[in-house]
Design a protein around this ligand. Sequence first.
Ligand code: SAH
Ligand code: SF4
Length: 352
Amino acid sequence: MADIRRFNLSREHILGWLKETDPGQLKELFDWADQVRKDNVGDAVHLRGLIEFSNVCRCDCLYCGLRKSNTKLKRYVLSEEEIFACVQKAVKFGYGTVVLQSGESPVYSAEHMAAIVRKIKSETGLAVTLSLGERPIEEYKLFKAAGADRYLLRQETSDLELLHHIRPVSIYEKRIDALKVLKELGFETGSGIMIGIPGQSYESVASDIMLFAELDLEMIGIGPFIAHPDTPLAKEESKLGNEQVPSSELMTVKAVALTRIMCPEANIPATTALGTINKSSGREAALQAGANVVMPNLTPVEYRKLYEIYPAKACIEESGDECNLCIKARILSIGRTVGTGPGSRVNFKKVQ
Ligand code: SAH
Ligand code: SF4
C-alpha cells in the first residue's frame, strides 16, 4: 500500500513519527520507507568515491573541526596529480561518480577547479559531484560549464536563527537561496541536515523534511551531529529541554526514513557520520530504512586524519582499497546489489 500513503505525510505526521519511540511502530515506519525505496529506486546501492582534497577553510562554522579558528589542525591541499590518482582508483573500483569535497576556500581558483572537472570528464566520463561550500553564482556557472554534474550543499538546518548562529560566515542570506541557484543552473542538487545540533527542535527537523520535498532535491544527506572537542558547539548546552532533538542513531534513521517517504526518487546516502556513531551497523540501518547511496573514501590515508570534521570518523585508517572491499561486502550482506553507472536520480531531466 506504499503507493497510496506516499507523499501524504503532513507536518503533524512527521512530527509524530520523529517523536515515536515504540519499537513495533518504528519497525513499520522503516519497512514502509524500505518499500518506497525499493519501488522507486530499486535495490542497487550507488557508490560515490569521496576525495577530500583540502581541509583549508575560510569559514568558522561552530560545529566543524575544519573551522579556520582550529589552529591545532595541519592544513593540506592535494596536488592535481594526487587528485587524479584518486580518480583512477574510482575507475578501477567501478564507481560511477567522484565527489570532490573541501573546505570553503579557493585553494584552487574557480578556473583551475573547472579545468580539473573538465579533465576528469574527458578522461574518465565519471559523473562529477562538487562539494566546495558556498561560492558566487559565477563560479557555480563555471563549474557547470566545465561539465560538473552535481553539487552538494547541505542546508544544515532550516531554522535560520540557529543556522546564522552556527554558521556565522555566509555568502547567501539563506543557504536555500544557493540551493535554488544550483537547481536553476541544472545541477543535480544535494542538501541535507545534521541531526541533534544543540538548539535544534523537532519542529525544525519536520520543517527540514518538508523543505526537502518542496525543493525537489536530487540528493539528501542526513547525519548525526558529532561534537568535535576543538569547536565551540561542543561546549554549548541546549535550552530546549524535551524539544531538543537527540543526536542519536535512531533519530537519524527516523529522519532518513521520513525523507524517503516524502522524496521517493531522491538519492539518499547512508552517511559516514552514521557509520561513525555505530561503526558496526549504522550505515546498514539507514540502507534498510530508505537510503540507497554510500560514499566510500578515496582520500589518501595520510590526509584522512586531517579531514576530521568530527572526531573518530569511520574509516580513518583504511586505504581506498580497504574501504572499497568493506563497503561492497556490507551492501551484499544485507541482500542489496552494488550499483553501476553514474546513478543519477531517477527521472532527473538533464539541462544541456
Ligand atoms: N565545506 C563544505 C563541505 C565540507 S563539510 C561545506 O561546508 O558544505 C561537509 C558536511 O559535514 C557539512 O555540510 C556538515 O553537515 C557536516 N559536518 C560538519 N561538522 C560536523 C559535525 N561536527 N558532525 C556531523 N557532521 C558535520
Ligand atoms: Fe568549512 Fe564546511 Fe567545515 Fe564550515 S562545515 S568550517 S564551510 S569545511
